[in-house]
Design a protein around this ligand. Structure first.
Ligand code: S3P
Length: 185
């Protein structure tokens, strides 16, 4: 496993937030990490769907992307009250700097990374991601990833998920969480 950056901050960390592009494994890894740590697992997309009473594709279609981003912002504000929670975030959530700043007040923020080709491979066959319903999804992924990379790089830790199983990535995430909790080295 390769990390490009390691944790050095000293701040309260009770939770773990996974950020990163669609298809990088945030939900699958997050669930496994939560099970292992005996933490609660929470997926911001699922919370939004439950609150809005409709799937994300409908929110995008009927209410527009700004309405969805507003849901994200409100959910993130609530997360500050949580404890022992692994939070999987929607791929665009950290593109709002206020969201990232809020997550960092209580969680270790770990970004899962993958190349556009791997992402395309992982998301193919799923049609619940409105932003990828495009004639050229690879180009769309490249453009979105390039625009979001500066935000993803602000995570405390970046974990490359290329050629790694969900379990391997989850173990790295847990290792980083324990390191961060044991304080500065
Ligand atoms: C989005 C990613 C999706 C979901 C929505 C928008 C994005 O979440 O929040 O479709 O902007 O990248 P996943 O990253 O869990 O697929």
């Amino acid at each position: 496993m390769r990390y490009w950056k390691t944790m050095s901050a000293t701040r309260p960390i009770h939770n773990l937030a996974l950020i990163g592009f669609m298809g990088t494994g945030k939900s699958s890894v997050g669930r496994m990490v939560a099970d292992t740590l005996h933490f609660t697992f929470l997926d911001t997309d699922h919370v939004i769907e439950a609150r809005a009473g409709k799937p994300i594709t409908d929110i995008f279609q009927q209410d527009g992307e700004p309405a969805f981003r507003d849901w994200e912002r409100r959910i993130v504000e609530e997360l500050a009250r949580r404890d022992k929670t692994v939070i999987a975030t929607g791929g665009g959530l950290p593109a709002n700097p206020a969201n990232l700043a809020s997550l960092k007040t209580h969680a270790l923020v770990i970004c899962l990374w993958a190349t556009p080709e791997t992402i395309l491979n992982r998301v193919s066959g799923h049609d619940h991601r409105p932003l990828l319903n495009d004639a050229d999804p690879l180009l769309r992924i490249r453009e979105l990833l390039a625009a979001r990379a500066p935000f993803y790089r602000q995570a405390d830790v970046l974990v490359n998920t290329e050629l790694r199983s969900i379990r391997e990535v989850a173990l790295q995430v847990i290792h980083q969480f324990h390191m961060a909790q044991s304080g500065p080295r």
